[in-house]
Design a protein around this ligand. Sequence first.
Ligand SMILES: [Ca+2]
Length: 316
Amino acid sequence: MHKVIFDTDPGVDDAMALLFLHNHPEIDLIGITTVFGNASIETTTRNALFLKREWGIGAPVAKGDGKTYNPMRNPIDWPVMIHGHDGLGNIDVPDTIDLPLDPRPAHRFIIETVRANPGEVTLIAVGRMSNLAYALKEDPDIAGLVKQVIIMGGAFDVPGNITPAAEANIHGDPEAADVVMGAAWKVVVVGLDVTMKTVMLRKRLADLTAQNGKHLKLLSDISQFYIDFYGQHVKDEGMVVHDSCACVYLVAPELFTTCSGAIRVVAGGIADGQTIQKPDSRGFPPGNWDDLPSQHACIGIDAEKVMALLDETLVR
Ligand SMILES: [Ca+2]
């Protein structure tokens, strides 16, 4: 069993990823930590509690601080045109959910849960990297106690999605992402190079919902607004399933190819939030990538098999 803490900003594609983690028989979801990005921290946390309640998920929810690693960063508008005003596709999520939060802030929940399960926990981070960076700042030694970190974010040999240089999760907190990439733990970056190839068609989601209406009806309702947005960008009416793609990596890494090397994140200037890897196979004069751990950027994917595994798990 893979013990997982899911660090998330629900978020439509986050909701699908959460259902994948909840349904997969080899995954033990032991915590959900919330971060801001697709919506405010209040909204993403309320949404995490809502999905927990609706899908009967046992894992506790711990709320993030809702602050970038560098407090001087200017706030970015919430992407309401993609995720809706409620962060879940404008389905009228109740204002409050009558479920308790874990009393700890997200970064401390991560620290204490990792310390209680040394060497066993995978962190899957599909929002901004703020909580992970704050956890490392408070307790740098957890890097050696985490099994691996899988993140959805970044873009290496393809354009970004919020600027030509940057992917949104990284762009929302570049200083945090640079801390996460530079820490002495194994990071696998599942970025736009591969996620843009994983598309859930509207029709396919309807077919899956017909097979298992109980949980998928809600997911389908949540997803329609996002598909309306992505429909302009994706052929055949579908949605890119960024966050699910990162979760599939956990149980089927053989469906991905990776490039190893130190990764840095640009902070400031026109390329703010850009991810740049120094491949281990290339030599360069001394520079800013030296003496950092070699991380793993996904550069190839068997998208058909990834989507088949996603389909099969969502209908369980
Ligand atoms: Ca997300």
